[in-house]
Design a protein around this ligand. Sequence first.
Ligand SMILES: Cc1cc2nc3c(=O)[nH]c(=O)nc-3n(C[C@H](O)[C@H](O)[C@H](O)COP(=O)(O)OP(=O)(O)OC[C@H]3O[C@@H](n4cnc5c(N)ncnc54)[C@H](O)[C@@H]3O)c2cc1C
Length: 557
Amino acid sequence: MSGFDEVFDYVVVGCGGGSMCAGLVMRKAGKSVLILEKTNYAGGTTARSGGVMWIPNNRFMKRDGVEDSYEKAMTYLDAVVGDHNDTPGATRERRGAYVVEGAEMVDFLVGQGVKLNRVGYWPDYYDELPGGSEKGRTVVAELFDVNELGPWKSRLRPNFLSVYATLDEALSLRHLKHSWASRSNMAKIAVRTIVSKLTGKHPVTAGAALQGRMLQASLKAGVDIRTETPVSELIVENGGVKGVATVKEGRPWRVGARLGVLVNAGGFAHNQKMRDEYQPGTSVKWTMTAEGDTGELIQEMMRHGAAIAQMEEMVGNQMSIPPGMEDNPIKPVVQGMTAAPHAILVDQTGVRYMNESGSYMAYCKGMLERNNLAPAVPSWAILDSQHLSKYGLVGTLPGTPKPERWYKEGFLHKADTIEELARQISIDPATLRATVDRFNGFVAKNHDDDFERGERAYDRWLGDTYGSPNPSLGSISEGPFYALQVVPGDVGTYGGVVTDAHARVLREDGAVIPGLYATGISTASVMGRSYPGAGSSVGPSFVWGYVAAKHAASAAA
Ligand SMILES: Cc1cc2nc3c(=O)[nH]c(=O)nc-3n(C[C@H](O)[C@H](O)[C@H](O)COP(=O)(O)OP(=O)(O)OC[C@H]3O[C@@H](n4cnc5c(N)ncnc54)[C@H](O)[C@@H]3O)c2cc1C
C-alpha cells in the first residue's frame, strides 16, 4: 500500500465497546491492529457505563443451571424485536448471528484472561413474553484493580460509580432502610473498601472494570492504542475503504489498513444538530454519554454511501436534574423512582399514561410519544410521604430532609393536599385528584387495570423488591405530597449505519462497502427499536466488534 505514513492490518476508529474485542481477535490471528481514540481516555462511554452485556445462552448461565438455548433466545427476540421493514439493523439473520456469536465471544474473552461473570438476578425487560428469562442474561466483568494498568491507569475513562461494589450490590443499596440483604451488601462493600485502602489497591467497577480488563488484555496482546488521536476521514480508493486520516504530533497522518477499518466511534448524543434532525424534542443537556459522542464518523460513513436507519432511537434514561447539577456529566437517573410504591408519573395535564416500571428506553419513548398528544416533556412524578420515608430521592437518603434549594428553586414541590400540589405545578386539581384516586383504587385491589404495573418480574425487581403485597404498587395517601419533574434523558443514541451479519457496512441497495465494518452505537442496533434486557447496547458493541474482526481476519486467510 502506498501513500500512507503507516500501515496496519486492521484499523479501529474509537476505543469503545467492541474495539478492543476486535483488537484481541486480530492479535490472536497474528495480525497487527491500531486503535485510534480522539479523547484523552480509552474505554468510551462503555467505561463510564454499567458495563453489563446482554448475552443469551452464555457459559455462566449454563454453569449456574439457568435455562436458555438458541431457540429460546430467538423466540424472545422475535417477540420483542420482531421483523419490521424500517429496522434493517435488526433482521432475523442478524439476530441469529448475535445469539450464536455472543455466547462464543464471551468464551473467547474468558480465554483471553478477561474475568467475566453473570449477574445473579436481573430479569429481561419483557420477561413475560415468550422466551423471556426471569433470572436474566446479563454478563458483567469482575471488579478490577486499575493499578494493574501501570502507566495506562490514568488513561482509562472513569466510571459513573465511585464505590467498590458490583453493580447489583450497588443497586441493592436502594433498599438499605428495610432490607437485611442490602445492609449485608453495604457491610461487604465497606470491608472491601478498607482492605483495598490498606493494600494500596485502586479498585474500579462496572464499565471501568470491563474496559480496564479489556485494556489490560489488549496491551498484553500487543494491540497498539493511541488516545488524543481523532480520525477525520476514511480514505477510499476504487470504492473500497483503504485507511483513515488522523493526526500524529500535530501533523496530518494517513494510516493504511490492509484488511479493513472498523468504526466503533459511538453515536451522536452530544450533537444537537443531529438530534434536532433525527430526534426532535431531545437535548444534549440530558445525556450521560461521554463527550466524544458527536456523530462525525456516522456522517463520514454516510458521505461514502452508507445507508442509515433507526436514527430516531435512543437508549432513554429518565432523569430529574436538581439545581446545580445541570452541567454535571453524570446526571441523576431516576429509573426506580416511579417504579417503587407510593409514586406515579403524570403528564402536564395530570393524567397517568404508562406503566412506570418499564425499561428506561420504553419509559422515555413513552414520554416522547405522549408529548405528541399532551404536554409530557417534562412529566411530573407524584410521590407521597411514605415514598420519601422509605426510598432515597435523587441521591438523598430515605427519610432525610431535602436540600432547601430544591424547594426554593422549584425543583421539588411539597403540599399538604393533592389539590394544593396540583395548583403549585399548574395542573387542574380535580384531574390530579381523579388520577390519584384511580391509582389508589388499583393499589387497593392489588392490580393496575390501566397499565399492568407490577405484573412482570422486571417491574417488581425495579420496584421495592422487599415490599408487599406488590413491590410496585403503594397508595399515594399520606401527606405531605411531593412533585418533581422527570425528563427523557439518555445514555446513548441507538441508530446509525446499516450493517450485515458480518458487521460490514451496507449501501442503500444492500451492497457491501468493501473494507468498512462498524459496531456499537455507530450502527443501527440489532435490537431494532427495543431494549430486550440490561446490556443491550454494550453487548452488541462487543459482539459485532468480535464478528467484524473475525470476518476480516478470515477473509485474509
Ligand atoms: C452511566 C451509563 C450507564 C450505562 N450502562 C449501560 C450498561 O450497563 N449496559 C449497556 O449495554 N449500556 C449501558 N449504557 C449505554 C452504553 O454505555 C453505550 O451505549 C455504549 O457504551 C456505547 O458503546 P460504543 O462502543 O458504541 O461507544 P463508546 O464506548 O462510546 O466508544 C466510542 C469511542 O469512539 C470515540 N470517537 C468518537 N469519534 C471519534 C473520532 N472521530 N476519532 C476517534 N475516536 C472517536 C469516542 O471518544 C469513544 O471513546 C450506559 C451509559 C451510561 C452513560
